[in-house]
Design a protein around this ligand. Structure first.
Ligand SMILES: [Fe+2]
Length: 397
């Protein structure tokens, strides 16, 4: 199925994988951090090259895996300009387009659930038609060959809509976004919501126009009154999720806690544990363990490297393809009998590589924060954590 609809039962969130059938270039909408392995499996199984991770808004009920997917696949991150996601290189505004292969995704700014919320409109097979998608209009393509889809985030749900009582929500704006933007799309446009709590998967614009109980036959005033009277409980994860989502899902809490002292090794699932750069450097100096740099050749060449580290790439440019020789190369490094300490850019690929090394029967630790560290609110690396920030030895060619 294209789009592929994926469900996270804990948050009832839908994630969507869209791809161009010719080039296999793909785009993922609203990925969830706890479903990272599932999404990577889907990408691999469908033989896709992930080009973009995109968000409909800064979610309050789950944490995105955007930064991890970007690190692991080489995809670029895009997020709505009004959602303060400083780590996304591409800030999406109304009318913007994202290309994947021969396909084009259109951005519709639909404030209301949050001020920055967007929906995404896709005419599959429409190509790169440059007709601008003005508010309420669709591009002039051969509509018989271009099934229409709208990914409606939390703006429009099946038989409902997103709440408007927190995070810059505004019921009047939501009414305008739904009735003036989404309901102006052709009636046969498939609606793919950001959530559903009743096992429904999709709807159409015509069906929602006619039957959505919050909207059909209502007035703007009645809708505002209804939304104001819902008195819903505060989302369970809002205090944790919104700040994390403003960094594309990266959390510095683990690294920070370890840096503050305490145990030398932080427990982890699927590999020997997490260690700080300082611990890794000490173990390397003492000859207790081997430092293995799992970044690409290009990163070591252009960004910098640690003298004495062994290079075993997990993925390589171009395209961040898996290194087919990873298993053999890492086993060769481990032949000396010492445990391995894996270093990547910011500690994402090194976790994946440490898990693989563990499956091969090796003792492998992950170095928190990696070589460059996690990005700060301006998306700049090296100010928060990581090997270079810790003042440990490194060189540049
Ligand atoms: Fe939301």
């Amino acid at each position: 199925m294209n789009p592929t609809q994926l469900f996270d039962p804990r948050s009832c969130t839908y994630t969507y994988l869209l791809f161009d059938e010719g080039t296999r270039e793909a785009l993922i909408i609203d990925p969830v951090d706890t479903q990272l392995e599932r999404d990577l499996d889907a990408i691999a199984r469908l033989e896709l090259k992930l080009r973009w991770t995109v968000e409909t808004h800064a979610h309050a009920d789950h944490i995105t895996s955007a930064a991890q997917l970007a690190e692991l696949t080489g995809a670029r991150m895009a997020a709505p300009a009004g959602c303060e996601v400083g780590t996304a290189a591409v800030q999406l505004k109304d009318g913007d387009t994202l290309r994947f292969g021969a396909e084009t995704l259109h951005v519709l700014h639909t404030p209301g659930h949050t001020a920055g919320s967007v929906c995404f409109y896709w005419e599959r097979g429409a190509g790169h038609a440059e007709d601008t998608l003005a508010r309420g209009q669709v591009s002039r393509v051969d509509q018989r060959s271009a099934p229409r889809h709208v990914f409606s985030g939390d703006t429009l749900l099946i038989g409902g809509c997103g709440r408007t009582d927190f995070q810059s929500g505004d019921a009047g704006q939501l009414w305008d976004s739904i009735t003036q933007v989404l309901f102006k799309l052709p009636g046969d446009t498939l609606v793919w919501p950001g959530h559903d709590y009743h096992e429904r998967t999709q709807s159409t614009i015509a069906l929602e126009r006619a039957t959505n109980p919050r909207l059909a036959g209502q007035t703007r005033e009645a809708f505002i009154q209804l939304m104001g009277a819902l008195s819903l409980p505060k989302p369970g994860r809002i205090d944790e999720a919104v700040p994390a989502n403003r960094r594309s899902g990266l959390r510095q809490d683990a690294a920070g806690a370890a840096d503050a002292g305490g145990a030398e090794v932080t427990a982890a699932t699927g590999y020997a544990g997490d260690i700080t750069p300082a611990t890794a450097h000490r173990w390397m100096e003492n000859g207790q363990a081997v430092l293995v740099d799992v970044r690409t050749d290009a990163e070591r060449e252009w960004v910098g490297f640690v003298p004495g580290a062994q290079a075993v790439a997990w993925k390589q440019w171009p395209g961040m393809a898996m290194n087919p020789a990873f298993d053999a190369e890492i086993e060769a490094v481990a032949e000396g009998g010492l445990p391995l300490m894996l270093l990547c850019r910011s500690g994402v690929r090194s976790v994946a590589a440490a898990r693989r090394a563990t499956e091969l029967g090796l003792a492998a630790y992950n170095i928190l924060g990696g070589f460059e560290g996690d990005p700060d609110d301006q998306a700049q690396r090296g100010h928060k954590n990581g090997w270079r920030r810790a003042g440990l030895p490194w060189r540049q060619n």
